[in-house]
Design a protein around this ligand. Structure first.
Ligand SMILES: [Fe+2]
Length: 496
């Protein structure tokens, strides 16, 4: 089904860059309040807590970070209980956050180019990077963890959002151990327990160590093994099936010299080999010695939607950029020209483990990112993928549209917040709390944070996932804006 003519008209309206910039301002205050300004009705069956992680400290004492990814993480908690909702936000009190608050100035270099004051001389040979704990937030096994892939998680109290300290998973992780921000939660089955599966990568010069972890329902590490991959690897996300993990090693070169000399952040030292193949590593979840690689031209992949096994093949749906969205060190993130930034699209990849044949197919041309599927379908065949997408059908732009796409047929459903609304990752929450329940895959809600430039505030929007064109069934107006966030998750627990 195509978008309605009304929606199409809204989709074609250009956005105003000043409007978009409104969501790029820091939020430094911390709040606690019941959300009372609500249009529509919150479904009473929607019980639980939406956690979001937002790089929100976009300036320190008036000095902008170079890129939002370098900003300290702020956790938001929106609790839904019996048709009511409550908001709380707290910064993660990381070591770096506390130190910079004390000093009142940027005291660390950032992965994405943030510099300490004093020019390159003040930054050269300082290899300390601040764990900004700003990428994702997950509640698992009684632990709420703020995640940033280059270092250890921080644990927070799920009710108060007070930072409790470094999470080591009973000593398995050390301070500074890389621990990915994109866990895959294996929902389990009749004969398999649910698992939190994740990884961490550490560059070792000529090779990269890939650690893979599986946590049981009590957050005990029940599997942990390492592989050594040749060359430099940047891997932000991965996918699982009941039997395998797959990692896309984007073809990038890394020249650390500008970082060493204090002139660039490490992420700015990567160069994407656009015409080269991506190496796809396949590991077994049952045999630690199993490691195979395949090749595919994929583009630059940050995020995957899901994967599943189909005969001898593994099918992976991912969002790929034609080119690495590199960072111009001489521009601040307030000066982004969307026409200059490579856009990303949804693709399907097929990997035949027997013949090593690989195939790919573009599923949609609209620029999009932040893919999400019903969590009960992780690792098994899914139909629906939910994404944040650009309003123009062909050109790049900020995310203003929630898109639902049938990965098998291309059928799509859209709801646009253009021209003055800007959306984040849509989190799918199934109506039924039972992951094994025999219900429709899209029977649930999408929870989306939308920056409303007209009112300079953010809304939490609840969409019926089966009827997203109909728009919000509830719009919860916050008392303030939220900067654009990265990832989040939903817990069935009602943390008031
Ligand atoms: Fe991500």
């Amino acid at each position: 089904m195509q978008a309605s003519s009304l929606t199409q008209a809204k989709l074609s309206k250009p956005f105003d860059l000043d409007d978009w910039q409104g969501g790029n301002q820091a939020l430094k205050e911390e709040f606690d309040y019941p959300i009372t300004d609500i249009e529509g009705e919150i479904p009473t069956e929607l019980q639980g807590t939406l956690f979001r992680n937002i790089p929100a400290m976009l300036d320190v004492d008036g000095h902008l970070v170079h890129h939002p990814f370098d900003a300290d993480g702020m956790i938001c908690k929106i609790t839904f209980d019996q048709g009511k909702a409550y908001f709380r936000n707290r910064y993660v009190r990381t070591l770096g956050y506390c130190r910079e608050r004390e000093k009142g100035e940027i005291s660390y270099r950032g992965v994405f180019g943030t510099e300490k004051p004093g020019g390159w001389l003040a930054n050269a040979f300082d290899f300390r990077l601040k764990n900004v704990a700003n990428t994702n937030i997950y509640y698992w096994g009684g632990k709420l963890m703020a995640l940033w892939e280059a270092s250890h998680p921080y644990r927070l109290d799920a009710r108060s959002l007070e930072t409790l300290g470094i999470e080591t998973l009973n000593g398995v992780l050390k301070e500074g151990t890389p621990f990915a921000a994109h866990p895959m939660i294996d929902p389990g089955s009749a004969d398999r327990e649910p698992r939190y599966v994740t990884f961490g990568i550490r560059a070792l010069g000529v090779a990269t160590r890939l650690n893979i972890y599986e946590l049981d329902a009590e957050a005990t590490v029940v599997k942990h093994h390492a592989h050594y991959l040749p060359g430099f690897a940047f891997m932000h996300d991965f996918v699982i099936t009941p039997n395998y993990c797959l990692f896309f090693q984007n073809p990038v070169d890394f020249n650390p010299l500008p970082f060493v000399l204090g002139k660039k952040g490490p992420a700015e030292c990567m160069k994407f080999r656009q015409d080269d193949f991506t190496k796809v590593w396949v590991t077994s979840r049952h045999d630690p010695s199993y490691l195979h690689s395949l090749k595919v031209k994929s583009g630059f992949v940050f995020h995957h939607a899901n994967a599943f096994e189909e005969g001898d093949e593994i099918v992976v749906d991912s969002v790929a950029y034609r080119d690495f969205p590199s960072i111009n060190h001489n521009l601040s993130f307030h000066e982004v020209d969307f026409d200059e930034v490579p856009s990303s699209q949804l693709w399907r990849y097929r990997f035949n483990l027997k013949t090593k044949e690989t195939r790919r197919q573009q599923l949609e041309t609209r620029a999009c990112d932040f893919p999400y599927v019903n969590p009960a379908y992780i690792g098994r065949p899914h139909r629906w993928i939910y994404l944040a997408a650009a309003a123009p059908e062909e050109a790049n732009g900020p995310n203003q549209v929630v898109m639902k796409i049938d990965a098998n047929t291309g059928e799509q459903h859209l709801h646009s917040f253009a021209p003055r609304g800007f959306v984040g990752e849509p989190v799918f929450v199934a109506r039924s709390a039972d992951a094994q329940a025999d219900t429709a895959e899209d029977d649930g809600w999408l929870l989306v944070v939308v920056y409303d430039a007209k009112h300079q505030r953010s809304d939490i929007v609840v969409l019926d996932a089966q009827q997203i064109e109909r728009g919000a069934i509830a719009t919860l107006h916050l008392k303030h804006h939220l900067p654009y966030g990265l990832h989040g998750s939903f817990s069935r627990k009602v943390w008031l």
